[in-house]
Design a protein around this ligand. Structure first.
Ligand code: BES
Ligand code: MN
Ligand code: ZN
Length: 497
């Protein structure tokens, strides 16, 4: 979608559609009132007749409204003005997109960002709308033999602002929203691709293609012999049972001086998780193709950062492997040595995410990052703890935790902190190695965090468990593109804007 910003009165805009809101009960918003005056009370009459009460989710498309230059006027119900918050706003934008996509309008001007949204300014609203519209346009058609013939006519969405002075900020907001939305769509596409297409080597190819699209991104891929050389026994133990060799993908974005320390993102990229010898039960096992969504969010965030040309350096690491049972596969009780030198007794081969991550986190040290954030669909326990709303957030630095939490709040891509500590860490004790790879039934998300903490003591580190948030099950099964908004916001904040 093309986005733009424009000042001027709603009635004068020559677009396929002009979009304004109506509050409950039958109360025109400021911009709707403005249109109504130009239309000599036409909108007020319609509202009085009971065709638009202003309930959330309501919409009314009017054609050729007298006194209005646009071909259509779209009224969007907003609910009660006193209760109108960011959730109501998002619903309004979604309703608008649905109505516009179903119409013949090729372009539209939207005044919803000027509405009074609790605690948010018009720039935030423009950004959120651009992000929403960009993601609403996405559909997964790569593996369908026929593409949807009913593509919306809408090509361009313009946001109305009140003052010329606000144009620049509004344009920046729209650009950010678009870049974040496109980054989410990239993450969703990689997540949605099946395990037989999206293999570790496929992810490596996608990294190369990202590097080709953006001259600011350089890519290096380590194969299994290279990882062997580095002593990555934990990572390599996961791919042992698979015909698909593991890859460690290194993507470096350079937006600042080469000697500026980067921010590191490390993604879990298990392209399919059968559980290995500790094999998973069959129900919904197909969803374990989404076990590389942490990696996908690293791709999406790097793309957004490159599009926005942020003046910082970022290194994205993706630990990609397939977890399969096989005659050569790692067995429960096997002991491996990680790149850090610490030994691990693998009591459960289904706790593989932490095994690929720990070596990638050790590898991250060589970049001397300002912070390192790993992103992983790590534990089913996180879904039990936090459901599908919030990411699990853990780490060893209060400042970093706060920065990530705030970035999540700013983008409605929220994370909730869980504790780490010696009481939990003890659960990883092994009689035969430095640690076990599981901590038992209780506090599964936290003991996974404790495991990673043992490999990040030298770094300013945080961990996002996105097991509940990275994809949706059921009728709307599909990757969500989260936490690309949180991560991009975190980096925008570091870049000072
Ligand atoms: N990828 C899974 C976690 C997962 C499961 C995410 C279901 C989303 C939905 C991970 O590799 C895994 O299998 N974790 C185990 C850990 C356990 C063996 C300690 C789990 O959560 O059951
Ligand atoms: Mn697993
Ligand atoms: Zn997994």
């Amino acid at each position: 979608m093309e986005f733009a910003i424009k000042t001027g009165n709603p009635e004068n805009q020559r677009f396929g559609c002009v979009v304004v809101g109506v509050f409950e009960k039958r109360r025109l918003s400021l911009q709707a009132e403005q249109l109504d005056r130009a239309a000599d009370g036409y909108l007020g009459d319609i509202v009085k007749q009971g065709d638009m009460d202003g309930r959330p989710g309501q919409q009314l498309m009017l054609l050729r409204v007298p006194g209005v230059n646009a071909a259509r006027v779209l009224l969007i119900g907003l609910g009660k003005e006193r209760e109108f918050d960011e959730r109501g706003y998002r619903q309004a934008v979604q309703t608008m997109y649905g109505a516009l996509a179903g119409s013949g309008a090729r372009d539209a001007i939207c005044y919803l960002p000027l509405l009074p949204v609790k605690g948010r300014d018009p720039a935030w609203c423009i950004r959120d709308a651009a992000q929403a519209v960009e993601t609403l346009e996405y559909r997964f058609e790569t593996c369908k033999s026929k593409k949807d013939p009913n593509r919306p006519a809408l090509r361009k969405l313009v946001f109305g602002v009140t003052e010329r002075g606000g144009i620049r900020q509004a344009e920046a907001a729209a650009a950010q929203g678009r870049a974040i939305g496109a980054g989410m769509n990239l993450a969703r596409e990689l997540g949605n691709l099946p395990g037989n297409i999206c293999t570790p080597s496929y992810l490596a190819e996608q990294a190369h293609s990202l590097g080709e699209r953006h001259s600011s991104i350089s890519v290096e891929v380590l194969d299994e012999p290279a990882m062997e050389e580095l002593g990555m026994g934990a990572l390599l133990s996961v791919s042992r049972g698979s015909r698909e060799p593991a890859r460690l993908i290194v993507m470096q974005y350079r937006g600042a001086e080469p000697d500026e320390r980067p921010y590191a993102l490390v993604g879990k990229g298990i392209t399919f998780d059968t559980g290995g010898i500790s094999i998973k039960p069959g129900a919904a096992m197909d969803e374990m193709k989404f076990d590389m969504c942490g990696a996908a969010s690293v791709f999406g965030t790097l793309q957004a950062v490159a599009e926005l040309e942020l003046p910082i350096n970022v290194v994205g690491l993706v630990a990609a492997a397939e977890n399969m049972p096989d005659g050569k596969a790692t067995k429960p009780g096997d002991i491996v040595t990680s790149m850090s030198g610490q030994t691990i007794e693998i009591l459960n081969t289904d706790a593989e995410g932490r095994l690929v991550l720990c070596d990638a986190l050790t590898y991250a040290e060589r970049f001397k990052p300002r912070s390192v954030v790993d992103i992983a669909t790590l534990t089913g326990a996180c879904i039990i703890a936090l459901g599908h709303e919030m990411h699990g957030l853990m780490g060893n630095n209060g400042g970093l935790i706060n920065e990530l939490r705030n970035a999540g709040k700013a983008t409605l891509d929220r994370a909730w902190e869980l504790p780490l500590g010696p009481e939990y860490d003890e659960l990883l004790k092994s009689n035969f190695a430095d640690m076990a790879n599981i901590g038992g039934r209780s506090a599964g998300t936290i003991t996974a965090g404790c495991f990673l903490a043992r490999f990040t003591r030298k770094q300013r580190w945080a961990h996002l468990d996105i097991a509940g948030t990275a994809w949706k099950s059921g009728g709307e099964k599909g990757a969500t593109g989260r936490p690309v908004p949180l991560l991009t916001q975190y980096l925008l904040d570091r870049a000072g804007g």
